[in-house]
Design a protein around this ligand. Structure first.
Ligand SMILES: C[S@@+](CC[C@H](N)C(=O)[O-])C[C@H]1O[C@@H](n2cnc3c(N)ncnc32)[C@H](O)[C@@H]1O
Ligand code: SF4
Length: 383
């Protein structure tokens, strides 16, 4: 039988693969266009392996909780590279049993053709960026696949991986609640255990940020965005998905993302790859690391035995605030003892009285009403 992971000591691994076939106009992740530089990609794989090794020297013996390949587009990675990273992580941090290994994928035919090989490398959960099931919306989002292509990729993924999640983006300009609900309902017919619907965020440094700034188009106003959020919650609840985090819905507890839950519970994780963040408890102190963002600097950093700027100690106050920030995103909430250390006196009681927070088993969590208002709740709690 598999021993349950221990969020207190087990360590998760986040691997950042920055290459994308095309850069989407809304995306501000640490990404670069994939120009087929196989030498650079081989060097990056080798650097990621060295980085994992170097960080294992810092942590000492630990158990592996989960692995998450994010990006960028890790479905463009050579399956051998994925296998080598999984093998190295397992060897350095022996897991307690079967662990969740997720990889983010774009739904193109070319990538679907490699799903079997990625599964053979050890990936057992695919998180696919479907984004929309409407060709006009996909074109607006600058995606390099059609809705039919995404459906085909979902069908292939369902045969290759035991677990499948999809990402969708809503609150596009001109999108009505009826349009979005119909699209979401069509998506739910495709069959998967987990869905992450994200409201389109306009980041100032992106092509969309510049377009909105010059008035080329306007995103939905706050009221419409709130109605779209409500409609999303209703449609997903009706289809049997629990909203276990602000933007994450799962068909049952076993379908929740173990990796993300580990992070939201304040568990330790190693971050490797350009720009990856990590959180490690070293000698009893919680530390934060961030790797160099540019691929060249990351490679040079590994060479010089310093792929990350450093593992900076977090003050007890900062560490507790982070726990609150993450915990309140989820249905599990945050332990009362952690919240008490950082909350403004009286704020918790007044947010409970307003119906935005609730008490449950020694934890405080956001209510269904409070979760979409999280920014305001945090402001009231943490000033
Ligand atoms: C880091 S991306 C990687 C996924 C994969 N490369 C893809 O695009 O399919 C993870 C997810 O973040 C979401 N995302 C990225 N930028 C966003 C934005 N500005 N607004 C809303 N969602 C966004 C998308 O749904 C995307 O699938
Ligand atoms: S959304 Fe995905 S494919 Fe598009 S640029 Fe961001 S990481 Fe790359």
């Amino acid at each position: 039988m598999t021993e349950p992971p221990d969020p207190g000591t087990d360590v998760a691994l986040y691997v950042h693969w920055p290459y994308c076939a095309r850069i989407c106009p809304y995306c501000d992740f640490n990404v670069v266009r994939d120009r087929g530089r196989t030498d650079e990609q081989a060097a990056l794989t080798a650097a990621i392996l060295s980085d994992i090794q170097a960080q294992s020297a810092l942590t000492g013996p630990r158990r592996l909780a989960s692995i998450f390949f994010g990006g960028g587009t890790p479905s463009l990675m050579a399956p051998e590279a994925v296998a080598a990273i999984i093998d190295r992580a397992r060897a350095l941090f022996p897991p307690r049993g079967d662990i969740e290994i997720t990889l983010e994928a774009n739904p193109t035919d070319a990538e679907a053709a490699r799903f079997q090989a990625l599964a053979a490398a050890g990936v057992n959960r695919l998180s696919m960026g479907v984004q929309a099931l409407d060709d006009a919306a996909l074109a607006f989002l600058g995606r390099n696949h059609s809705a039919d292509e995404a459906r085909r990729a979902v069908a292939v993924a369902a045969t290759a991986f035991p677990r499948l999640s999809i990402d969708l983006i809503y609150a596009l300009p001109g999108q009505s609640v009826a349009d979005w609900t119909a699209e979401l309902t069509r998506a739910l017919d495709m069959g998967f255990e987990h869905v992450s619907p994200y409201q389109l965020t306009i980041e100032s440094t992106t092509a969309f940020g510049r377009a909105v700034a010059r008035g080329a188009w306007t995103p939905p106003d706050q009221d419409l965005a709130a109605d779209l959020y409500e409609a999303t919650q209703h449609a997903l609840a009706a289809a049997g998905f629990d909203a276990y985090e602000v933007s994450n819905h799962a068909r049952g507890i076993a379908a929740r993302s173990a990796h993300n839950l580990h992070v939201w519970r304040g568990g330790d994780y190693i971050g490797v790859g350009p720009g990856a963040h990590g959180r490690l408890t070293l000698n009893g102190t919680r530390t934060a690391s961030v790797a160099h963002r540019a691929i060249g600097s990351y490679l040079a950093g590994v060479e010089a035995a310093a792929p990350w700027s450093e593992h900076t100690p977090l003050s007890a106050q900062d560490a507790a605030e982070e726990r609150v920030l993450l915990g309140l995103r989820t249905v599990e909430g945050v332990a009362v003892s952690v919240l008490e250390d950082v909350a403004t006196p009286g704020a918790t009681a007044s947010l409970i009285a307003d119906g935005l927070l609730e008490h449950i088993n020694g934890h405080i969590r956001t209510t269904a009403t409070g979760r979409p208002l999280l920014d305001g709740v945090l402001k009231a709690l943490l000033v």
